[in-house]
Design a protein around this ligand. Sequence first.
Ligand SMILES: [Zn+2]
Length: 124
Amino acid sequence: MNRITLIPTSKNKSCAICDNTSGKCRQSKTDQDYWQCMEYADARKGEIISSYKCLGHSKDGVWGQFRIDNSQEWSDQQRQEWKARKPQRQQQQAKSNQIKHLNTGRLPTGILKKYSQIEEGGKQ
Ligand SMILES: [Zn+2]
């Protein structure tokens, strides 16, 4: 596989898929139609988000790979509906990110175990 140079998103260049500007998502330097989006890392292959089509995922699964999809024209109405759904989607994402962080192993295992015990205990 060719190595691609990826440029993180910034205030000047937001993610084409999720509008992120904090550098989580990245765009190919040479192929500007190609993006890796962290916000939509859970997109299914072939799913079209904001007129970008999911091609799959990065090896570690942290990013979803996207390329602009010109086969489907988005109407203004579709875009508006998309925008209206966005805050809801971001809330859900924030929740699942919190859970992911607990499971990524950044914390010592002992603490992680405690967390999961607390979670399990809380459900009963
Ligand atoms: Zn993104």
